[in-house]
Design a protein around this ligand. Sequence first.
Ligand code: FAD
Ligand code: EPU
Length: 348
Amino acid sequence: MHKNQIYQKSLKDLNTFSINVTAKKIIFVRTIKSLIDICKKCDLSNIPYIILGEGSNVLFLENYKGIVIINRIKGIKVKEKKNFWLLHVLSGEKWNDLVKYTLRMGFFGLENLALIPGCLGSAAIQNIGAYGLELKNVCQYVDIISLKNSKIIRIEKDLCKFSYRDSIFKYKYRKGYAVLAVGIKILKKWNPIIFKSFFKNISITKTNPYQIYNNICQIRKKKLPNINKLGNAGSFFKNPIISKKDAKKILSLYMNVPHYFQIDGSVKISAAWLIEKYDFNNIKIGGAAIYKKQKLILINRKKAKPKEILKLAKTIQESILKKFKIWLEPEIDFINSSGKIKLLKNIY
Ligand code: FAD
Ligand code: EPU
């Protein structure tokens, strides 16, 4: 057996939703060469494959008939420039390990993105964000590799088309490419991002990055379920972004819906608030439920089947549409027996 290969039947411990499905084979890769070799072999024998980091943003809908490649290609290189450090981070590094590493090194600026599960690769694809910071604010470039001809292409940040939980890697480079590395630029002059509503007891002049990191960890530990104890994939839906005109209508009916104005004039509405306001009355569908402390998170409370989670999601979407005239788009990726699929309104 190749040293990178681990044969394992179930994917249960490799997706944070803890869905008990299987794959034909599960292979952990630690080098770029083995990633390319495996993908080429799969292509030659017409076997589907999918690359995962920590499986914290996916829902497997059924057993996967191909090979699941778990990316553990790791390494961090640091270059010092006059006003900033440039970190070249390989895509199998865990995001929060990077945040902790930067704090140890005295490179400050990632602390608002503390404790987000997952690896660097998907952090870029997803443009992860929390507490006023998004990956796009610290990303300098993303290196991708063509799995057909092994060519490495550097996409500079301005061409990554980063937006809310979105990037070019979800479209143009979705098939036949893997994210290999992310360039993270950290300014030497630290600019703390402090949202008054989140950090009530913090003074902007007296705080330090460690305090912000610890505060965010505390907030997240209180609010979000522990993935080692309760299956979930973070926010199941995105916060909807609606036109100013539609936002005016909603706000005239529900004055206290949390909302955030976007640069282009559109308005982001809190989906968790909409779900809470609808009051699903402790709804449970089989093993699937809404997390009590954060209503945007769907949980696998007891051996949930993917269909039960989907049915709950659909119930939420349809109810919110009926009451608020807003369609909630899923944030997570869905994977069926042969690969990623888009779940359109009418094909659930
Ligand atoms: P995976 O789930 O393994 O993969 C996600 C997608 O990316 C899949 O389609 C996969 O095929 C693809 N992919 C993965 N790696 C590669 C690669 N190298 N090349 C090509 N394709 C690849 N997200 C936020 O933005 N903010 C939060 O605050 C946040 N909080 C969370 C809290 C909890 C408790 C949980 C469970 C999730 C949270 N998330 C959050 C969502 C999730 O952590 C992020 O989306 C994360 O970036 C996913 O990383 P992953 O490695 O687990 O991705
Ligand atoms: N709220 C409710 N009910 C709830 C939860 C929240 O009414 O059950 C209201 C509260 O008024 C709260 C506001 O919604 O102040 C915002 O809630 P929260 O701070 O939890 O943020 P969110 O919009 O629900 C987003 C991200 C999270 C990220 C947090 C913090 C999305 C889809 N989710 O959640 O990211 O951690 O902000 O910045 O944008 C993820 O992407 O998986 C994720 C967890």
